[in-house]
Design a protein around this ligand. Structure first.
Ligand code: ATP
Length: 355
């Protein structure tokens, strides 16, 4: 097969974003070279610093160029002191989700090293589940509402539509078919009518996937069981806000946000980024953990419609697995002393050793 070049938009963003994306791109190019896939990386400024500079965190020309690429790799966006009128942080990554209809937030959580979990008696590989989060509506649906100065009451709406739920559930079931064929629905159907509707649509979709086992949990019970028996979960599908919260709980089980990748995936576009934010407290110190970004690169490679990229994804995941099994590659968030660059180099060495 002749080499093929893919166009990747890189939006490193703020804080530690550029530091971790640098390592992600080193690994992307190395894995591509191993498997005959080339990458033209188009880097753009976007995020809080760009908002301060030009008044727009995601200039239209950047959006258009990113949308025209084969995939988008994002570092982190937002800084606590940079707020829009209304008081919330700038979040162009959420706008990307809306505008590109990236309806499924896919967050794999995998325990690479027994030292990384606060749970007792769990070895590497014993925690291995994926949260599929609805990305376009739910309790985030009114996030852009204008609040009157001096308002005495502000409400947010849990919006659930049949169309968004069906496409989400289909994505979860399709993913489960490529894994251990088990889907857990997480909702609050006992209290909220929107969630009872969500469950009804889930039940209807499940009928079309008879080969996949299902379970339904309320979000409170799910939080307890994820801590007590994480090994019982394979694919977890849920509403936007619940998914936001449970993703962090899940990350805590496997070593924190520094090892939790994510992909926001639609029919035509996808954005891959670490689950963490811009971590301003450690930015510029060279100690951020790049594993979540490197694993996001693996997800991106897996998603690109090409066998060479899929093989490269497998290699990257294997290299991260081996690098993280070794305590000397651990960054401070994992209890080690390695720098961002050293962890990246450890993954590259493992890749090299696979040749
Ligand atoms: P957001 O609102 O975007 O979720 P946040 O400020 O709540 O952002 P993070 O920026 O992810 O959260 O930071 C939370 C904590 O986790 C910080 O103490 C940060 O240093 C730490 N952290 C986040 N990502 C990493 C990483 N890649 N490596 C090491 N520590 C990290």
């Amino acid at each position: 097969m002749a080499d093929r070049t893919f166009r990747i938009a890189s939006l490193p963003g703020d804080g530690i974003g550029p530091e971790v994306v640098r390592e992600g791109l080193r690994v992307l190019h190395a894995a591509g070279r191993m498997h005959g896939a080339g990458f033209e990386v188009r880097e753009h400024a976007a995020g809080a610093a760009e908002y301060l500079r030009g008044g727009d965190p995601m200039p239209e020309a950047v959006f258009e160029d990113a949308a025209a690429c084969d995939a988008i790799l994002l570092g982190a966006m937002g800084l606590p002191e940079v707020r829009v009128p209304g008081g919330t942080e700038i979040a162009p990554q959420l706008d990307l989700r809306d505008r590109l209809e990236l309806y499924a937030g896919v967050r794999p959580l995998y325990l690479y090293n027994a030292q990384h979990t606060p749970l007792k008696g769990r070895g590497a590989g014993s925690i291995d589940f994926v949260i599929v989060r609805e990305n376009t509506e739910g309790l985030f649906s009114t996030r852009k509402q204008k609040v009157e100065e001096g308002a005495q009451q502000v409400g947010d709406t849990m919006l659930v539509t049949r169309a968004a739920s069906e496409r989400l559930f289909r994505a979860a079931f399709e993913l489960a078919r490529r894994r251990r064929k088990h889907v857990t629905l997480v909702d609050k159907a006992n209290v909220l009518p929107s969630m009872a509707f969500f469950r009804r649509v889930f039940d209807e979709t499940a009928e079309r996937y008879a080969d996949v086992e299902t379970r339904r949990l309320y979000v409170d019970a799910a939080s307890l069981l994820l801590v007590r028996r994480p090994e019982d979960f394979d694919v977890v599908v849920t509403e936007n806000m619940f998914g936001d919260i449970l993703s962090d709980l899940g990350a805590a089980l496997v070593g924190g946000r520094g090892v939790a990748p994510s992909g926001d995936i639609g029919e035509k576009h996808a954005v891959f980024q670490p689950s963490h934010g811009s971590a301003p407290d450690i930015a510029g110190r060279g100690i951020a953990n790049p594993a979540a970004t490197i694993l996001s690169v693996a997800m991106m490679l897996e998603w690109l419609p090409d066998e060479r990229c899929r093989a490269a994804a497998e290699s990257v995941r294997g290299a991260v697995r081996r690098a993280l099994a070794n305590d000397s590659a651990a960054t401070p968030d994992l209890g080690g002393k390695a720098t961002t660059e050293e962890m990246g180099a450890a993954v590259l060495r493992e890749l090299e050793a696979m040749r």
